[in-house]
Ligand binder design. Sequence first.
Ligand SMILES: Cc1cc2nc3c(=O)[nH]c(=O)nc-3n(C[C@H](O)[C@H](O)[C@H](O)COP(=O)(O)O)c2cc1C
Length: 395
Amino acid sequence: MAALDKILTVDEMKAKARRSVPKMFFEYADSGSYTEGTYRDNESDFGKISLKQKVAVNLENRNLKTRMLGNEITMPVAIAPAATGGMQIADGEIKAARAAEKYGIPFTLSTMSVCSIEDVAENTTAPFWFQLYVMRDRGFIERLIDRAKAAKCSALVLTMDLQILGQRHKDIKNGLATPPKLNAYSVWQMMQHPIWCARMLGTKRHTFRNIVGHVSGDHDLASLSAWTSSQFDPALDWADVKWVKKRFDGPVIVKGVLDPDDAQAAIDNGADAIVVSNHGGRQLDGAPSTIRVLPEIVDRVGHKTEVYLDSGIRSGQDVLKAMAFGAKGTFIGRPMLYGLGAGGEAGVTRVLDILRKELDTTMALCGERDILNVGLHNIYSNDIPPRNAPVARGA
Ligand SMILES: Cc1cc2nc3c(=O)[nH]c(=O)nc-3n(C[C@H](O)[C@H](O)[C@H](O)COP(=O)(O)O)c2cc1C
């Protein structure tokens, strides 16, 4: 197996994670909804954008530092919230949060994480961001927001694109649908990975610890999963952004926006920033890639708020392209999960090293010394067809 320092790309990290993590958990990360068309487009659309090479520019003293929500970060990459990071490797969310903290970038903990808000707070020192799914049980959500406040989370990331769960076929086939079906096949999958199993046996963190013990009723894992999936609130609307912001009394980032009118509505209802996201292609299959809609959203609201992007970032080049189109920062979901699966905290750190090096080299070869100066002049922006233009078949 490749040592982490021999791994040169996120794709190679993914291959190592595939070998290290039981199939059902690896495929939980490596899946999109239905045909996975949006999941694929997120990645491939970045490849359609060409970069402008510039030469004879002084490239000394380059800078990747920037700000998200006013805080200085060492590069424009944040860790996206991802459910069950703690199933890619034992205590996964704590490990990813530590890697982010040491790197000086934001870490976002999912509502559906294995390690709880308190677990992460006890094992890190930098403030982190907490991602909120609004559920029908508003008493539980109020307590969750209060717990995030008590843990000194510095922002809430409010996810708006999961009122209804998109279907990922692999999860059903692997028995990961809710409630989970632990059958002979899934147990066999886990036993193929003795190191993974040994680490899991060494931790007490095996379930959704933001939820267990915090909702009424006596739940085992199966009934808890059923409770959770029945709890995503289909009635969620823009007024809830205001409600959440008032309760949290701090910055709220609205995640899951693909439409300029929605971006505007998020801001009108108090969002402090937005994430252009299609949930990594896990929700509405057939939705456009995020890099394709980013320009129109930046045009509409970029002068009023910070616009971030996730979904499909697999290299520092992708980060640069998103910044060129006007994003003020990016998030990585699967690259972080692959790093965790392949090597825990060191794996996530290696992913960040890879992205950083790629971003720095690409920026320099585009003739830029400062990430803050990257813009449309660094790319051939016509390479991405506008969303409403007919796309020729087979083009
Ligand atoms: C396995 C997995 C679990 C996820 N869980 C959550 C979640 O709990 N909350 C959330 O807001 N987004 C969740 N997401 C979406 C990510 O936050 C992010 O939008 C997406 O992963 C970005 O795309 P990328 O994986 O291509 O980087 C999840 C994504 C994956 C792959």
